[in-house]
Ligand binder design. Sequence first.
Ligand code: GLV
Ligand code: GLV
Length: 343
Amino acid sequence: MGKPEETQLFKPSFAFCCFMKQVFVTRALPQPGIKMLNIRYKVEVNPYDRVLTKEEIISGVKDADALVCLLTDTIDKEIIDSGSNLKIISNYAVGYNNIDVNYATLKGIIVTNTPGVLSETTADLAFTLLCATARRIPEGDKFMREGKFSGWAPELMLGTDIHGKTLGLIGLGRIGMLVAKRALGFDMRVLYHSSSRKPEVEQELGVRYVELDDLLKNSDFVTLHVPLTSATKGLIGKKALALMKSTAILINTSRGEVVNEPALIEALKEKKIRGAGLDVFWGEPTNVNPELFKLDNAVLAPHMGSASLETRSKMAEMAASAVIDVLVGKRPNHIVNPEVLGA
Ligand code: GLV
Ligand code: GLV
């Protein structure tokens, strides 16, 4: 991660900087994303290793031509209004539910995200969580460290098989599709449900489209790969959980709010499903429900789907490229609100 001083390698003189475009970055990002911006613009980067407050973002955005932000920043009307020169909001994430995109569009501000580069990495994590939950890896690790291992035993740490089982994908976008490929490599049967059918993917991978209820009833593993929208909020609630097999495992690497978390906690406590592997939470980042920590049948990860060195660097370059494109008057590659350009 770039330290604050690294971002100031290039110090423009005051007279020069008045003509320079300004970029505000809400958190130090991996190089070379910051370098790409630093050689062209006056860049201000959050000097702290924490999420900025709303007031801090407002003050940073005030004179900025571009804002680079994270999924942990809520970019609302007030923040957007505070940026009178703002031309682009470049989100360092594929999901952009943290931004009031409609309002940005209304104000003629381009919003971009970082899809594609993180899909394989996030699919790796989703599948890793699936394996870790099925085979109780964190429990086993804890058991070892606590010195409880006294030898191989017929019934020690029995998990559930992955191969030969049925995976139900909710959402078949880039990430969903890549999770399907991993599942096929494990000899799983793959069902999917999504807002639109994908006949070419069905053909290519041999995955089968089913209605949501059928997916829930028939899958041994259910994994979520939808964006958070008003249509997907709370998609997996009490009713959906009740349809799932008592032996099923739920994997969520999308957004916490796609699942009704209290309903999930209850289902896990009462063993209505076997387990859950979760990378995202309602109370992120600081108020994750402590009830989850008590559950042996939940495997928890700190929102690290895209967290590989390679991918986070690529995301930083992509977020920086979007800023540069917009500030030189080019159309950026991954625009979330193309209607802002009249397209
Ligand atoms: C991560 O959750 C992302 O949206 O990039
Ligand atoms: C990720 O790139 C997705 O939208 O699936």
